[in-house]
Design a protein around this ligand. Structure first.
Ligand SMILES: Cc1cc2nc3c(=O)[nH]c(=O)nc-3n(C[C@H](O)[C@H](O)[C@H](O)COP(=O)(O)OP(=O)(O)OC[C@H]3O[C@@H](n4cnc5c(N)ncnc54)[C@H](O)[C@@H]3O)c2cc1C
Length: 168
């Protein structure tokens, strides 16, 4: 078997379109957020989700001692929020809203409050399983989309107009 080149692996995985989330957690009143697109739902019964977190990140350290975290699903208008919580220069002037034992971003499209259910080392990342304890969802909104390393949106592509009609 040929060895997979790391850059080619990244590029190829980047062809898979995702939404964008910010993971938030609060420990002793100190809130931390991190942009993540590795979020996926795992199980309906019990309701489980997962997110893969880089072992070098501050979030990985915090989640090892935190009991709860939130997956905040970003809307199309929140590209700067994503940049900010990814450590880039993006602007964020929002606030954190109380959400059970965690917090959520005030302007997110949707949020899932999770109890840490399990953590599984996976190479240079840790897979964090969350048991979903509460949900928040805006009535309407369009998601922020990440594809091939860039932010994009469902809007503007004529082929998804029907789909958009339903989302809006
Ligand atoms: C689209 C996208 C998807 C990504 N997906 C993943 C993924 O699935 N898994 C993964 O491990 N990495 C992912 N990353 C990379 C990850 O977001 C960055 O490496 C991030 O910098 C790691 O955060 P950190 O926990 O180390 O904290 P830091 O880099 O220290 O913090 C991240 C940023 O959030 C800000 N911030 C944190 N807390 C607060 C607060 N309370 N108030 C205001 N600002 C705050 C910080 O100022 C900093 O700018 C992704 C990046 C992008 C752009």
């Amino acid at each position: 078997m040929p060895e997979v080149d790391a850059k080619a692996f990244r590029r190829t995985c980047g062809m898979f379109t995702t939404g964008v989330t910010v993971i938030t957690t609060s420990i002793n009143g100190q809130v931390h957020g991190m942009t993540a697109n590795s979020f996926t739902s795992v199980s309906l019964d019990p309701p489980l989700i997962l997110v893969c977190v880089d072992l070098r990140s501050k979030m990985a350290q915090l989640l090892s001692s935190s009991k709860a975290f939130t997956v905040n699903v970003l809307g199309r208008h929140q590209e700067e929020v994503s940049r900010h919580f990814a450590g880039s220069s993006g602007d964020w002037r929002g606030t954190f809203m109380p959400f059970g034992e965690s917090v959520r971003l005030d302007d997110c499209l949707a949020a899932l409050l999770c109890e840490v259910y399990g953590q599984f080392p996976a190479g240079d990342h840790v897979i964090v399983l969350g048991l979903v304890k509460d949900l928040y969802q805006q009535d309407e909104g369009i998601p922020l989309v990440f594809w091939r390393g860039t932010y994009t949106s469902l809007v503007g592509d004529p082929s998804v107009r029907t789909c958009l009609g339903r989302i809006i």
